[in-house]
Write a protein of this length. Structure first.
Length: 73
């Protein structure tokens, strides 16, 4: 089956985003919009935003990578 090359991955989701996913996406977009483009800076901004990891911990580069891999699966 040929995939539409213009289809964005989020358009093919089987469910709507959760509130947590929306808040995380918003925080990441704000950081990018403010010129933060490195992982260390992004993690710092997430911690400053008050949005914790799903387990309630502060963000680290390692758990950020793990969470992005989980959400992309």
């Amino acid at each position: 089956m040929q995939q539409d090359r213009y289809l964005q991955p989020h358009q093919a989701r089987q469910r709507p985003a959760t509130t947590y996913e929306d808040l995380l996406g918003d925080a990441i977009e704000r950081a990018f919009g403010d010129g933060v483009h490195d992982l260390a800076g992004l993690v710092e901004r997430l911690n400053d935003s008050g949005l914790a990891t799903p387990g309630g911990q502060a963000w680290t580069e390692d758990n950020y990578r793990q969470e992005m891999a989980k959400l992309a699966a």
